[in-house]
Design a protein around this ligand. Structure first.
Ligand code: FMN
Length: 404
């Protein structure tokens, strides 16, 4: 299994950067021998290194590097699994940011191009590299957004007023609700929310299913979400689906089934995000961990849903780091007047920034909530303020516009 590890560290006073080329040429050879590839960035005082390769080799190498006296303050930033190498056949490449033309780095042939690399900019490895280059991790950015400065204009430019007819025998339906980046005017992804055959709530849909068929029904229902996405023509937009984590564990071959559903509907794994809730994850963590590796290896994204509504809390992130974390509506609601909620969101934002996890605020209904969250640093939002879910279709989005 291909694993990725990123760490940051600081050059020790006794080691001169002049000796780096020698360190690198030795490392290149050793890394190639153990099938490790990667990149080492150096900004004059700090290093950021990405190591990718077989899990055991990466762990072994990292344990040696950690004890190297030529650097200290080694901080592990990310461990993940990937469907393919990002650095192809490079045992190790040194990028000395004091000398390199920064804009040229991402055009370098060492950065593999794929359809979804361009779409993303959301890949956590590239985000770590970019923010290291920009020095973002050294400072915090704040700006102000006032409620009275904004008006909201509905717009359906992304999809038009689509509504898709039901298929014969369809066991469930889906409503799409966009997650947006309001100030960029960008749709981040479309969440597919399950509805019963008559359009009723998820509880109504799942309530009619015998308990021993629950996980199968959950997994197989996703085919209808992907089919709807296909009919609507979501193009390169991302789609988020909710899954009971145990559906990935209990249904044999679950990840492959999911991958088939995705392919059959003309989508690719990299545009799919699986959302799971914190309580469901924590209750059977070891079993879920295996499913996570398979999902990540296939290229599928992961989000924690309803964060803050359950019992796991931030400590969940010591065991598992998703691409996205969705702050529960119970924390978002009235946040502009509630000190404890604000403190919690600051902590979540600090923690997620350090781990390059994107944060989404869900259940946003008031302009004031959005303004407070936007000023605190949240960039992605979901809620009635911007768009209500639409059954078998995609709603207009009410984009905020600054009054002149
Ligand atoms: C910032 C930094 C990055 C390093 N990266 C690697 C690496 O990718 N591969 C490697 O074999 N050694 C790397 N090293 C060196 C190892 O810590 C260790 O010194 C080396 O593997 C020992 O090899 P040797 O016993 O063959 O001399 C790095 C050292 C530093 C300070």
């Amino acid at each position: 299994m291909l694993s990725t590890l990123i760490y940051r560290s600081r050059l020790t006073a006794g080691f001169s950067p002049e000796h780096l080329p020698l360190l690198v040429s030795k490392s290149q050879q050793k890394n190639e021998n153990s099938q490790v590839t990667g990149v080492l960035l150096f900004d004059g005082t700090h290093f950021l290194q990405v190591l990718e390769g077989p899990l055991e080799s990466v762990n072994w190498l990292y344990s040696i590097i950690c004890n190297d006296p030529r650097h200290d303050s080694v901080v592990e930033l990310m461990r993940d699994y990937a469907p393919r190498r990002r650095f192809n056949n490079l045992g190790m490449e040194l990028i000395d940011l004091r000398k390199a033309e920064q804009s040229a780095i991402f055009q370098s042939p060492m950065i593999p191009r794929s359809r979804f690399f361009d779409l993303s900019g959301e890949d956590r490895v590239y985000k770590f590299i970019k923010s290291f280059m920009a020095g973002d991790w050294k400072t915090q950015f704040t700006h102000r957004t006032e409620p009275e400065d904004w008006t909201f204009t509905p717009d359906n430019r992304a999809f038009g007023a689509v509504s898709v007819p039901l298929s014969v025998g369809q066991p469930c339906q889906f409503a799409f609700q966009p997650i947006i980046e309001p100030l960029k005017g960008k749709i981040s992804s479309l969440e597919a929310l399950i509805r019963s055959p008559s359009g009723g709530s998820p509880q109504e849909y799942f309530g009619a299913i015998p308990p021993n068929k629950l996980h199968e029904a959950d997994l197989y229902s996703k085919a209808w979400a992907f089919a709807l996405a296909n009919k609507i023509g979501i193009g390169e937009h991302k789609i988020s689906i909710n899954l009971l984590p145990m559906s990935l564990v209990m249904v044999p071959n679950a990840v492959n089934i999911l991958l088939e559903q995705i392919a059959q509907n003309g989508l690719v794994p990299e545009q799919v995000i699986v959302e799971v809730t914190e309580d469901e994850v924590i209750s059977r963590f070891d079993a879920f961990q295996i499913a996570v590796r398979e999902l990540r290896s296939a290229g599928i994204g992961l989000a924690i849903d309803d964060f803050g509504s359950g019992f796991a809390g931030l400590s969940l992130l010591t065991r598992f780091q998703p691409d996205k974390l969705k702050i529960d509506r119970s924390i978002v609601s009235d946040i502009h007047i509630h000190g404890p909620k604000q403190a919690i969101v600051h902590a979540i934002l600090n923690c997620c920034a350090a781990l390059e996890i994107s944060v989404v605020a869900e259940g946003v209904e008031k302009v004031e909530e959005w303004c407070w969250l936007e000023a605190a640093g949240v960039q992605r939002f979901q809620g009635f303020l911007f768009a209500r879910p639409v059954l078998n279709g995609v709603p207009d989005v009410s984009w905020p516009q600054r009054r002149v």
